[in-house]
Design a protein around this ligand. Structure first.
Ligand SMILES: O=C(O)CCC(=O)C(=O)O
Ligand SMILES: [Fe+2]
Ligand SMILES: [Zn+2]
Length: 419
C-alpha cells in the first residue's frame, strides 16, 4: 500500500524540490557513452530512468517503487554515464530528473541485469509456469517416462526436493507425492508451498460418494475429463488430491495433457483450431445456495509470447459437466452465431478425441498415502466409476493459486538455479 497521498513530494532529506521541469539544453551533446545504439534513444533514457532501483527510487524496506512513471519529465537526459572499473555496471546522473530528486541521485545498473530486459519482452515473464519454452507437452508414453513420485517427508523438509516438485509442475503439470501421512495432505502441502485457495467447498474438501451429492465428483459414477471451477473468473491454477482410502474396485485416476491436444490440432488444422480461442463457453454452478457462472474460450493463447511462428498456449478451459447453455446471436455474424456453434462443435469434437485417446492418457489407481498435484489450467482429470460395495474410496482435495506456486518456484529457482 502506498502511504503517501498523490501529489505529496518525495520525502528524501536531501532532495531539491523543483516545481516544474526545465527545458532540455539543446546545445549540449548528450554524454551517453558507454551506452550505444538504441541505448542512446529518448525511449531508452525513459526506460533507464524508470528502471532505477536505488534507495531513493525503491523503498529499501518495502521494495516498492517510490515515484510514478508519469512524473518522469519527457525531456530528462543524461548528465553523465560512467562505467565501473570492472566493467560490470554503469552509473548515470540526470539532467531534468523527476521533481524532488536532487543532484545526489545516481542510478547504478548491473549490465547483466540490463541485458536480461533488453530486447526480450519474455525475460520478465520467463518464470511463468506455462511459459512456452518451459513446458513439455506429453502423451502417455512421454509422461510415463518423466512422471515422478516424490517422498512427502523429503519435500516437506528439503527445499531442493520441493523445488523438484514445483519443477515437475512447471514442465508436465503433474506430479505425485508418496508416503503422505494422516488425512490432510493438501493442507500440509498448501502451507509448505504458500497457502491454499479457499472456495465455497472449503479450504479442503472430501471426495467421497455421498447420497444427494452436490457435485458429480461426490458420487461413485464415472467422471469424464474436466477441469475444476471454470465457472469462476479465475479458476485455481493447481489442484491437490490426497488418496486416503481406495479399496474399491474401480476409482482409477486419469490425466491427459490438454496442451498436447491443442498442439496436435494446431499443426493438423491451423485454420480450424483458432475457433477454440474465439468461441465463448458458459460454465455455471447453481446449486445448494450458490450461483457461480463465467464464460471462457476453450483455448487462451499467451499473447505476451506469441511470435509469427508459435502460438504458445496459456490456458485451456474445458469442463463438460459444468457447462451451461451457449449464448446465441441468431442470424448475425457474431462469435456465438449458430454457424459458429457448428464450427466450434466440429473442432471441440476433434479436441476431445485427442484428449481421450488411450495413447494420450496417463491412467493410475492411486494408493492410500499418495497425493497427486496437477495444473488445473492445463491437465484434464477424470476417474473411472467405482463400486462402493467392494470397499471404500476417500480423497481429500484442495486448490492452490497459480501465483502462489509461481512465487515459491521463483524463490527456490533463484536459490538453486542461479544463472
Ligand atoms: O474422484 C476423483 O478421482 C476426482 C474427483 C474430481 O474430479 C475432483 O475432486 O475434482
Ligand atoms: Fe474435478
Ligand atoms: Zn534512483
Amino acid at each position: 500500500m502506498d502511504q503517501r497521498s498523490p501529489g505529496e513530494q518525495y520525502p528524501h532529506p536531501h532532495a531539491i524540490v523543483l516545481t516544474g521541469t526545465k527545458p532540455a539544453t539543446t546545445d549540449k551533446v548528450q554524454q551517453a557513452a558507454p551506452l550505444s545504439g538504441h541505448q542512446t534513444t529518448d525511449g531508452y533514457r525513459l526506460w533507464l530512468r524508470d528502471a532505477c532501483s536505488c534507495n531513493l527510487c525503491v523503498d529499501p524496506s518495502t521494495r516498492q517503487k517510490v515515484f510514478e512513471t508519469p512524473k518522469i519529465p519527457a525531456n530528462i537526459s543524461y548528465k553523465s554515464v560512467t562505467e565501473s572499473k570492472d566493467g560490470k555496471s554503469i552509473s548515470v546522473t540526470w539532467e531534468n530528473d523527476i521533481p524532488g530528486f536532487g543532484p545526489e541521485h545516481t542510478s547504478t545498473y548491473e549490465k547483466k541485469e540490463l541485458g536480461r530486459y533488453d530486447n526480450n519482452p519474455v525475460a520478465v515473464e520467463s518464470l511463468q509456469a506455462n511459459e512456452a519454452d518451459s513446458y513439455k507437452i506429453w502423451n502417455r508414453d512421454q509422461v510415463s517416462e518423466k512422471i515422478q513420485f516424490i517422498d512427502y517427508n523429503k519435500s516437506m523438509e528439503n527445499d531442493k526436493t520441493l523445488f523438484e516438485v514445483l519443477k515437475q509442475l512447471r514442465l508436465y503439470g503433474l506430479v505425485f507425492i508418496k508416503n503422505v501421512p494422516g488425512e490432510n495432505g493438501p493442507a500440509a502441502m498448501g502451507k509448505r508451498i504458500g497457502r491454499l485457495r479457499d472456495t465455497f467447498y472449503g479450504e479442503t474438501w472430501d471426495v467421497k460418494s455421498v447420497a444427494q451429492a452436490k457435485n458429480v465428483a461426490y458420487t461413485h459414477q464415472f467422471l469424464g475429463f474436466h477441469m475444476d471451477l471454470l465457472y469462476m473468473a479465475d479458476p485455481p491454477g493447481f489442484q491437490l488430491l490426497h488418496c486416503i482410502k481406495n479399496s474399491c474396485e474401480g476409482g482409477e485416476s486419469m490425466f491427459t495433457d490438454a496442451f498436447y491436444a491443442v498442439n496436435q490440432l494446431q499443426s493438423s488444422q491451423p485454420s480450424e483450431a483458432s475457433i477454440l480461442a474465439e468461441f465463448p463457453v458458459n460454465y455455471h454452478y447453481k446449486n445448494a445456495g450458490e450461483h457461480y457462472r463465467h464464460a471462457h474460450p476453450t483455448v487462451v493463447y499467451d499473447t505476451a509470447q506469441s511470435t509469427a511462428k508459435t502460438r504458445p498456449v496459456k490456458y485451456v478451459n474445458y469442463s463438460p459437466p459444468f457447462q451451461g447453455p451457449f449464448n446465441l446471436a441468431n442470424g448475425t455474424s457474431s462469435t456465438t452465431s449458430l454457424e459458429r456453434l457448428s464450427a466450434y462443435h466440429d473442432t471441440v469434437r476433434q479436441f476431445q478425441d485427442i484428449t481421450e485417446k488411450e495413447e494420450n492418457i496417463y491412467k493410475y489407481k492411486m494408493k492410500e498415502g499418495e497425493m497427486v498435484i496437477f495444473n488445473n489450467r492445463r491437465v484434464l482429470h477424470a476417474r473411472t466409476a467405482f463400486d462402493v460395495s467392494s470397499g471404500e474410496r476417500w480423497l481429500k482435495g484442495g486448490y492452490i493459486d497459480t501465483d502462489v506456486v509461481l512465487s515459491k518456484h521463483r524463490v527456490l529457482r533463484e536459490r538453486f538455479e542461479e544463472e
